[in-house]
Design a protein around this ligand. Structure first.
Ligand code: S3P
Length: 443
């Protein structure tokens, strides 16, 4: 499917509440499934990725009801307890692998969960997920005693559940998916499992496990969990996803005269890197804190202001790892040069995001240099010099939404091929974009 995003010559105005946070939504359904009792989740993200995790949890025996509440989705989950997970008879009869679609979080966290459970399961996904590295999760799980067969470090993966022993895993990369998979396996391992990482990746697993009554110990960049703990059902509210808010934070910053409010955005310290970087670029973003529960929440009011290019501080890369496609759009429209480095992980996301964004931006007239771990982008200083034309989002939701934002400031419409994957994280993107004054058409 393609989308056509049109240049606009008026301000963006209004307010939106982006959908629930994707990382938190995945975890809420998985943890609810392995908890004892009934978990209730408010404002769950109902999108293709999180549906894949929900369906996998159903196939493993959890009863999950989706409820339509005020135009959003809530979940009521009858948890079966950690040892209660079992592939359902109906699922086993089909003989197919659990299909996690496009979702790296879904498949990697499930591997950790399933590694210690006493049955064999197979996991797979779509063509993009099947091309992504799984060795980063398989290696530590094998060190714990797990038995996994993979297609040379890729999906499909067969998990033969085994008794596991705790390890201290020193992860070579700052990855919340790796950390979470090891911690979930650790919940079922003998002893205390520890994970250290080179920088703090998103910590939703640690926070949410505590909501479910699990005792977690943090010491700097090391987190520890003792095996044998069970999860107690709870009630959760999912904040709006800062990774979805990101597109509108940039859109309102770059379209002259704009002023929008984005409500209920999760501002966890491990996720707010884009906000900090946009402020370093001179953005006018007012932050009004509205909640301080397990996850901090704020309303963001964003007004147009000409952005300046900067050297993105490498220490902020992890806390904005999913926001680089839209940051590259902000950089293309800024005044001066933006330098991104230390972001080689972008090459193994839903697409090679450095390659896809650099190719699309330069085809539309942006001067840039792609480097192995980033890019150097020469901004056009708000001049309407970006050409229209066709770009390829390479089936990557975040690249597609980023090009849609770029078009608002282009000379002519931009046609974005491979846009159907927007449904993996933000099914309401087109309607929110248009409600604020953008013009985005399905082709
Ligand atoms: C996620 C972690 C990040 C992020 C992904 C979601 C998570 O991946 O890019 O979109 O929910 O744990 P890595 O763990 O590979 O950094």
């Amino acid at each position: 499917m393609s989308l056509r995003s049109l240049p606009i010559h008026h301000a963006l105005k209004g307010e939106i509440t982006p959908p629930g946070d994707k990382s938190i939504s995945h975890r809420s359904v998985m943890f609810g499934a392995i908890a004892e009792g009934e978990t209730y989740v408010h404002r769950w993200l109902d999108a293709a990725d999180t549906r894949a995790t929900l369906n996998a949890c159903r196939a493993l025996g959890a009863q999950i009801e989706t409820l339509d509440v005020n135009g959003g989705t809530d979940l009521r989950i009858q948890g079966v307890g950690m040892q209660g997970l079992q592939p359902s008879a109906e699922f086993t009869a089909k003989g197919e692998p659990l299909d996690l679609g496009n979702s790296g979080t879904g498949v990697r966290l499930l591997m950790g969960l399933l590694a210690a459970l006493p049955f064999t399961s197979r996991l797979s996904g779509d063509h993009s997920l099947c091309a992504r590295p799984m060795g980063r999760v398989i290696r530590p799980l094998e060190q714990m005693g797990a038995e996994l067969e993979s297609n040379d470090g890729r999906l499909p993966v067969t998990v033969h559940g085994k008794s596991l022993s705790a390890i201290h895993y020193e992860s070579p990369i700052a990855s919340a998916q790796v950390k979470s998979a090891v911690l979930l396996a650790g919940l079922n391992a003998a002893g205390t499992t520890k994970v250290s990482e080179p920088a703090l990746s998103r910590d939703h697993t640690e926070r949410m496990l505590q909501d479910f009554g699990v005792h977690i110990k943090r010491d700097g960049l090391t987190v520890a969990v003792e095996g044998g703990q069970s999860l107690r059902a709870c009630e959760l509210t999912v904040p709006a996803d800062i990774s979805s808010a990101a597109f509108f934070m940039v859109a309102a910053s770059v379209v002259p005269g704009s002023e929008i409010t984005i409500r209920n955005v999760g501002l966890n310290q491990t996720r707010r890197g884009l906000l900090d970087v946009l402020q370093l670029m001179g953005a006018d973003i007012e932050v009004n804190t509205v909640g301080q529960g397990a996850e901090p929440i704020a309303d963001l009011t964003v007004r147009h202001r000409q952005l300046r290019g900067i050297d993105v501080p490498p220490e902020l890369v992890v806390s904005m790892i999913d926001e680089f496609p839209i940051l590259m759009v902000a950089a293309a429209l800024a005044e001066g040069r933006t330098r991104i480095s230390g972001a080689e992980e972008l090459r193994v996301k839903e697409s090679d995001r450095l390659a896809v964004m650099c190719k699309g931006l330069s085809a539309l007239g942006v001067t840039l240099e792609e480097t192995p771990d980033g890019a150097i982008i020469q901004g056009v200083a708000g001049q309407r010099v970006i050409r229209g034309g066709a770009v390829e989002a390479a089936d990557d939701h975040r690249c597609a939404m980023s090009f849609a934002v770029l078009a608002t400031c282009a000379q002519a419409p931009i046609e974005i091929a491979g846009s159907e994957f927007i449904a993996t994280s933000y099914p309401a993107f087109q309607s929110h974009f248009c409600a604020l004054g953008g013009q985005l058409e399905s082709l």
